[in-house]
Design a protein around this ligand. Structure first.
Ligand code: 5GP
Ligand code: ZN
Length: 115
């Protein structure tokens, strides 16, 4: 669906809830995570309400690619020496906001595997 007025990230996209916007284009909005887990922790979200990355990929491979391109652009702007781009899908994977979002993490050494 387009946007859902009950969804936190839709409300950020609409400007109803403030966020520290990092990048914005026709298809995606990127903003700093409110509880950063690394010096760079940006959430990159599509401007349409879909629950998770799999649904987004089914509906629009092109917008899915736009999320990754935004991540690469932000990482390049900040000259990150390495970064991680991750989608959590489902509560067991740590997803707490059910509007698909790509986490971009960087600016410190990142451990593997994640918890
Ligand atoms: P998830 O746990 O669903 O993969 O990621 C949701 C992310 O959204 C979390 O990292 C959390 O810190 C972030 N978050 C939750 N509420 C807000 C908010 O109101 N503003 C911003 N900027 N980030 C939020
Ligand atoms: Zn939404």
């Amino acid at each position: 669906m387009a946007l859902d007025s009950a969804c936190l990230f839709c409300r950020i996209i609409l400007g109803e809830i403030p966020a520290d916007i990092v990048l914005r284009n026709d298809n995606v909005v990127a903003f700093n995570d409110i509880n950063p887990q690394a010096p760079t922790h940006v959430l990159i979200v599509p401007r349409l309400h879909v629950e998770n990355a799999g649904e987004l990929a089914q509906i629009s491979p092109s917008i899915t690619a736009d999320l990754f391109n935004a991540a690469a652009e932000i990482a390049a702007q900040r000259a990150l020496s390495g970064h991680r781009a991750v989608f959590n899908t489902g509560a067991d994977a740590g997803q707490s906001v059910f509007h698909a979002h790509l986490h971009l993490l960087g600016g410190r050494a990142l451990a593997w595997p994640p918890g």
